[in-house]
Design a protein around this ligand. Sequence first.
Ligand SMILES: [Zn+2]
Length: 66
Amino acid sequence: MMKRGTKKLKCMNWDPETSKWGEYAPDEIGCREIVEVDSKTEKVLCWRCTSRSVTGVNKFGGATHE
Ligand SMILES: [Zn+2]
């Protein structure tokens, strides 16, 4: 069920070259995560990239398992 006042945004690492956190994208082509956010939110980093950035794991570091 969709809540009012939300929208879907692409993860900032959709385009890693323009993202401040591009080095934490899952691979060179970027992250393909879509995140549901508050309608006022302009930018979002998905939980996957967020967790990479907080643990300091870049795209060449450890494998992730779905
Ligand atoms: Zn992401």
